[in-house]
Design a binder for this molecule. Structure first.
Ligand SMILES: CC(C)(COP(=O)(O)OP(=O)(O)OC[C@H]1O[C@@H](n2cnc3c(N)ncnc32)[C@H](O)[C@@H]1OP(=O)(O)O)[C@@H](O)C(=O)NCCC(=O)NCCS
Length: 229
């Protein structure tokens, strides 16, 4: 039994729809890796494909999710058409996760709090470390997961520079963030969840100008509760 919980506790192996992140709707799924025939990267992309497929109204369209060079940022296609909905994946040694959104650019990150110690402080500003008390010993896991999820949601293909991702507000439930890179400035919202002992961050921002909302994918309505099936 874990002694903490941030945001919702999400189950394994079920598609959770209706996760609200700021004004955006997200669906997500988590499962442990099975065997070692498949790499974690490959298994996470397959999980993302299954998630997109599960959120489509028509189930016979072929869904592909592939890493885009040079960074490996995943993109989805439906029946050969890109861009599909925005997708993000994360993998740690004992957990895979995927998230999809049809109305915003999504980023997902999974962190094992046991791996998020004070060595990470070099990547956090004094302002970030002061955003909330660390009574549960989760502050660094939350900040790190938020930064990685925000970087992924920003949809940039330059290298990950944690100090260029600012966590602007933080609670056990969610966060706001900004990414300040050489050519872009992106802001968005985020929420936390727990899956077993892992902290999960889901960040979302608006699609880039010119990219409309995709009506084809059902990530849930505007209102929670979350439904997992
Ligand atoms: C994004 C990153 C920090 C996440 O690392 P992590 O937390 O240890 O790993 P996670 O499992 O949570 O996430 C990895 C996934 O993020 C995705 N990802 C990678 N780059 C991304 C980007 N720019 N935007 C969105 N998602 C990205 C990929 O699907 C990746 O899966 P893979 O490792 O199987 O290819 C890391 O993948 C990274 O540094 N990527 C950039 C690579 C890079 O700098 N390339 C050279 C110059 S572009």
């Amino acid at each position: 039994m874990i002694g903490y919980r941030c945001g919702n506790a999400l189950p394994l192996g079920r598609v959770c729809r209706g996760l609200r992140v700021g004004g955006w709707a997200v669906a997500a799924v988590f499962e442990p890796p099975v065997g070692d025939a498949e790499s974690l990267s490959g298994a996470a992309l397959r999980l993302a494909e299954e998630l997109v497929q599960a959120t489509l109204p028509a189930t016979d369209a072929v869904v592909r999710v592939a890493g885009l060079a040079p960074s490996g940022r995943p993109i989805a296609s439906i029946a050969g058409v890109t861009p599909g909905p925005s997708v993000s994946v994360s993998h740690v040694r004992d957990l895979l996760g995927a998230a999809v959104s049809s109305d915003g650019q999504v980023g997902l990150d999974i962190v094992d709090p046991a791996d998020a110690g004070r060595a990470l402080d070099v990547f956090f500003s004094p302002d970030e470390l002061a955003l909330m008390p660390d009574d549960l010993g989760l502050l660094r896991a939350l900040l790190w997961a938020a930064k990685e999820a925000a970087y992924k949601a920003a949809g940039i293909d330059t290298e990950f520079r944690p100090r260029r991702v600012t966590v602007e507000s933080l609670s056990l439930n969610g966060f706001t963030w900004g990414v300040h890179d050489r050519h872009v400035e992106v802001h968005g919202a985020g929420r936390f969840a727990t899956v077993g002992r892992h902290v999960v961050a889901i960040a979302v921002t608006a699609f880039a100008a010119g990219r409309g909302r995709l009506a084809a994918v059902g990530c849930g309505g505007c209102e929670e509760p979350i439904t997992c099936s």
